[in-house]
Design a protein around this ligand. Structure first.
Ligand code: ZN
Ligand code: ZN
Length: 208
């Protein structure tokens, strides 16, 4: 495995800047891999690992970079909980290690580099040096990664009876004999609303 410094160079290039979140993410991912005994997550071990992230901030990019887990490979799972935490799961055993960044670390950064401004720089420097136990709390967990969540899972592609859009990976519900996509089955889940004049439902290709 590459060193923290080598990974931070790559993380900076991929993320667009070096920040405290990159340092935390790189270190969190390295710690998780070490605990699981996974040495080559982007090579020979690439089918062993799934990572759950609980925040969509800078650290998430670094975690994806180090682990090789990505949304598009179905190996990066996002739980929108606003927590600086991630769980690294070894699919070969179902064992996972959940790692949470400690709130105290900001204060430790201030004590370590009281004269460094701004805070973001103070934290970026300190998070390289503080120990894993100063930065993180760890917990062994069991994670049941459902078959429909696994990379490589293929299911029949279903066309939603209401909007006519295709649905992969079994993500539909049966309602009164119809197969509906999740956003038609429960419109309250939608993050969008049609603009005025646009039809509410059923795409033009949906004569199915
Ligand atoms: Zn950042
Ligand atoms: Zn639909």
């Amino acid at each position: 495995m590459e060193s923290v410094d080598e990974l931070l160079v790559k993380a900076e290039a991929a993320h667009g800047h070096l920040c405290a979140g990159q340092v935390l993410g790189v270190r969190m991912a390295l710690l998780g891999l070490e605990r699981l005994g996974i040495e080559d997550p982007r090579g020979v071990d690439r089918k062993r690992l799934v990572t759950y992230v609980e925040i969509d901030r800078c650290a998430t990019d670094a975690i994806g970079l180090v682990t090789g887990c990505r949304l598009g490979k179905r190996t990066l799972k996002f739980r929108d909980w606003g927590k600086m935490a991630a769980t690294f799961v070894d699919l070969s055993s179902g064992r996972g290690i959940r790692i949470v960044a400690l709130e105290d670390s900001r204060e430790l950064a201030r004590l370590l580099y009281p004269d460094v401004e701004p805070k973001s720089r103070q934290q970026t420097m300190a998070y390289r040096e503080l120990s894993d136990t100063q930065l993180f709390r760890e917990q062994w967990v069991h994670v049941n990664v459902d078959a429909t969540e696994l990379p490589g899972t293929k299911r029949e592609r279903v066309i939603c009876a209401r909007c006519g859009e295709g649905v992969n990976f079994g993500r539909f519900v049966e309602s009164e004999g119809q197969r509906l996509c999740l956003s038609c089955a429960d419109p309250g889940l939608r993050y969008w609303a049609p603009e005025a004049g646009q039809s509410e439902e059923r795409a033009q290709n949906a004569d199915l």
